[in-house]
Design a protein around this ligand. Structure first.
Ligand SMILES: Cc1cc2nc3c(=O)[nH]c(=O)nc-3n(C[C@H](O)[C@H](O)[C@H](O)COP(=O)(O)OP(=O)(O)OC[C@H]3O[C@@H](n4cnc5c(N)ncnc54)[C@H](O)[C@@H]3O)c2cc1C
Length: 405
């Protein structure tokens, strides 16, 4: 076909997979959909929390990337080394690739080396390998103080470290181990972008479980030998077991692309996901959407997923010569694991003058919904996946919330 165009998608995580699959479905061979990813396998990171407690094994939450992609998506297994927006070229470890439209969904990189002592002392909650190590250490933990440390903001999934604290506390209690669980964070309250009300409600849940919440604490260094964390206010805290969320940064190719802001993230039009170049879109953790009150849209899979659908539809419109009219509405939700088979649910709209999330009462059905979402995400395309999606939407309706799958 003479006018066959190419969409290049960088990153095969939550956002990249969604964008690639949505485009392949729409184009049905009319245009090329090429996805570049450095890893061979995809791991569903929300399930790392169940790795901690032994409820999941890696094989249950990890799949070859090829199984996550629809027919029609061409996969290039390579590292993106440079993005050249003006020339419409992406450099990769297996050579340059040209594009007519580009979706950047390279996520946020973990940078544990930015905190002195982190790599020696802390187990990394945000990596599959780290979660497995935490599970092993929890299994043999004989008592003492477990600290969950958030190194810096922004970090992805603002609820995950708190979920880890709940699950660890619950796990050790069930094992009959006497342990104190404490969270240290630079945030003023949990999930600040979700609003003060949701933050206070979550803090209440944390403290009601006997978990010590220490806000406004920015780590300066960790001493693996002395088992202490030093904070930039001069205070220190000790730990017997340290579970850490490392600092995040954008991938080097993004920082050097000319598309990023000073912090390294790519500013986008929050509704269309377009960057300053009309045919280049950035979605998910690597993107930056400014919100009211000087805040930024949190880094979460639920946003990467919704943004990918929007970017895909707008690219399809551009290729068809139509105006790109699809808009992201700023809706987001998350189920927050509390342990003992319970979860809370937060949902809301982050756009407008007063972004906030409403926290719903904990229940077993929110936890069941989170499990259903995991099954849906990892299910092969076909009848089973469609049935799981319908179950989720219906379940959400019954609970009075809107769940986009
Ligand atoms: C423990 C944990 C729990 C979470 N729980 C939730 C939850 O309950 N709900 C929720 O909404 N979100 C959750 N998240 C956050 C969610 O996983 C991320 O926000 C989401 O994955 C972002 O999607 P993305 O496509 O932007 O980036 P990713 O999914 O991180 O994908 C980026 C991809 O780019 C690839 N890549 C990076 N650099 C290069 C390069 N140079 N060359 C080639 N490929 C590259 C990476 O290998 C990766 O596959 C959780 C995260 C963690 C760690």
């Amino acid at each position: 076909m003479a006018d066959k165009k190419t969409v290049l998608i960088l990153g095969g995580g939550i956002g990249g997979q969604t964008a690639a699959n949505a485009l392949a479905r729409r184009f049905n061979g009319r245009h090329r959909v090429v996805l570049v990813e450095k890893e061979a396998a995809f791991a569903f990171s929300p399930s790392f929390l169940w790795i901690l407690t032994g409820e999941r094994k890696p094989a249950q939450i990890q799949k070859p990337l090829t199984e996550m992609l629809r027919p029609g998506v061409e996969l290039v297994r390579a590292e993106v080394t440079a993005v050249r927006p003006i020339e419409k070229i992406v450099e990769t470890s297996s050579g340059p690739l040209e594009f007519d439209a580009l979706v950047i969904s390279l996520g946020a990189e973990l940078a544990p080396e930015k905190v002195s002592g982190f790599q020696e002392a802390a187990l990394n909650l945000y990596a599959l390998e780290g979660s497995l190590k935490i599970a092993a250490r929890l299994g043999e933990f004989s008592g003492g103080r477990v600290v969950v440390l958030i190194s810096s903001s922004p970090f992805k999934c603002s609820a995950a470290p708190y979920e880890a604290a709940f699950l660890v506390g619950d796990f050790l209690k069930k094992r009959g181990v006497s342990a104190e669980v404490a969270v240290f964070t630079p945030e003023p309250y949990p999930m600040p972008t979700a609003g003060a009300e949701a933050g206070a409600a979550l803090r209440g849940m944390i403290e009601s479980k006997g978990i010590a919440f220490n806000p406004g604490r920015k780590v300066s260094r960790i001493d693996a030998q002395a088992k202490t964390i030093s904070f930039d206010d001069g205070k220190t805290a000790f730990f017997d077991l340290l579970i850490g969320v490392p600092p995040h940064q954008s991938p080097r190719a993004v920082r050097e692309s000319g598309l990023a802001n000073e912090a390294g993230w790519i500013p986008v039009d929050g509704e269309t996901l377009a960057t300053k170049h009309a045919e280049i879109f950035a979605i998910g953790d690597v993107s930056f959407t400014a919100l009211a009150g000087g805040k930024a849209l949190p880094k979460a899979g639920v946003f990467a997923h919704a943004q990918a659908e929007v970017a895909a539809e707008n690219i399809a419109a551009l290729f068809d010569g139509r105006a790109p009219t699809r808009r992201f509405d700023g809706e987001g939700w998350c189920a927050i694991e509390l342990g003992n088979g319970l979860a809370a649910f937060g949902g809301g709209n982050f756009f407008g003058e007063d972004p906030r999330m409403r926290l719903h009462e904990p229940s077993r059905s929110w936890h069941a919904g989170k499990v259903l979402f995991e099954k849906w995400w990892l299910a092969p395309f076909g009848l089973r996946r469609r049935a799981l999606g319908t179950a989720m939407r219906l379940g959400g309706k019954l609970k009075g919330v809107s769940v986009r799958v």
